[in-house]
Structures are given as C-alpha cells and as structure tokens.
Design a binder for this molecule. Sequence first.
Ligand code: NAP
Length: 238
Amino acid sequence: MSATTDGIAFVTGANKGIGFEAARGIAKAGYVLLLAGRNPEAGRQAAANLATEGLDVRFVELDVTRAESISAAAARIEADFGKLDVLVNNAGITDSHDGPPSRARVDAIERVLRTNFLGAVATAQAMLPLLRKSDAGRIVNVSSDLGSITRHGDPTWKYATVKVLGYCASKAALNMFSVQLAFELKDQGIKVNSVNPGFTATDLNRHRGQQTVEEGWSGNPAMLTCCGRRSHGHGDRG
Ligand code: NAP
C-alpha cells in the first residue's frame, strides 16, 4: 500500500478492554486504525469485529515486551503508510504476585514495569520517526489514578488502600515519561499526554471496575481530544 494522507492511528493492546474501545472511538473519528495485539488470532478477530461496523481497522501483531516485535510493527507501518499520526500506548498488565511494598515479589514488579512502562517507552521510541512525519503527531499513554504519588500520600483518598507497588509505580513512571517526552518534543509538533480512563470493568480487574469501557473511553471527551481530531490547545497535560 502506498503512503496516505489519511490519519493513521496505532493502539497497543487493542484486542479487548479499554484498548478495543479506544480503537473503535478513534476509527469512528476518521482514522485508519491499526489495532495491535500480541495474540494474532484475538487481534484479527477484534479487527474483523470493528470492520463489521464499517470502520477501517487493520490488525498489527505487537508484543510490547519484545524488541523485535516492536521494530517489525514500526517497519510494517513505515512500509504501508510512511507515517503515524497517533500512538496510544494502552497495553498493560497486573500481576497476581504484585502487592503491598513490603511483600510485592520483585519478579512481579519487574514484569509489570516491563510491560506497562518499558513497553510504552520502547514502542514510543520506535514509532517516533514515523510520528515526526505526521503534521501533528500525538502520543497518548494510558495511565491510571493509581499512578499519582500525590494521591497515594492522602490517607482519605478513595483508593488509598490500593497499594500495589509494581502497578502503581509503572503508572507513575509512565506519567514521568509523558511529561519528559512532551517537554522534549514541544517544538516538534508532537503532543504527549497521559490519560486516565478511571476504574473500568475489564479482564485486568476481573470486571470489578465501576464503569463500562464505553464510559472509560468514548464517554470521556479528553480521550479523543488527546488523539488530535478535537485538539484545540497546546502543550501537554501529562
Ligand atoms: P485488559 O482488558 O486486560 O487489556 C489489556 C490489553 O493489554 C490486552 O489487549 C492485552 O493483550 C494487552 N497486553 C498485555 N501485555 C501485552 C504485551 N506484552 N504486548 C502487547 N499487548 C499486551 O485491561 P484494560 O483494563 O483494558 O487495560 C488497558 C490499559 O488501561 C492498561 O494500561 C491499564 O493499566 C489501563 N487502566 C485500566 C483501568 C481499569 O480500571 N481497567 C484503569 C486505569 C488504567 P492479551 O489479550 O493478549 O492479554
């Protein structure tokens, strides 16, 4: 396929959950949507489901913990489109051996950081040359309330007891990445934001979240604004 002037958006971990809904919302906003997932069967099925809604959605295989998978995805986007307009770093995990700081297993913390933080950093770094070819590149990092160090210091906060070190640290680190990358790219036409979908019922929390994925993404205007089509302001909100 030759280079295109249509908006191209790439959402990681989009075969289900918030990523799937993000893919739907961004595709509905008029982008060619590259739906990334590490499981080809699940990813192709998810892309096919969105295609039945008349959306231009294509599957791209991506495991954010594997460098060769990330570079293959970037090479494919380069070959097919020559640029990228929106990257949504959504892929994320929890780990059953993660937990309070006194006893969270170090190997579990490492796994969570590898996916939620290092995976997003590595993916963004690999996609940056393509985002620089966009008129208005956007990077959206899917963070969480639980990444706020300020809120964790408040014993009255509604999630104050949710002290899951690896996961919370991964989102705090992701926020740091958003702020620093936004600063670094501020004169290059690329905006970087962290977004917080809120506590949403998905496989990640065994569907204990208090809102639907639609409420977590489509019902939150900030999400699409960060992706660019409704973006009016400047600077980042990471
Ligand atoms: P989910 O339904 O479990 O979806 C997670 C997605 O990430 C899946 O597509 C999963 O793929 C993918 N993924 C995991 N490891 C990956 C890897 N190494 N490479 C590529 N993809 C990988 O969870 P979710 O709730 O929608 O979570 C999406 C994002 O929202 C996460 O970053 C999460 O931290 C964040 N978030 C969630 C909530 C909430 O309440 N749910 C709140 C705040 C933030 P597989 O299907 O192959 O496992």
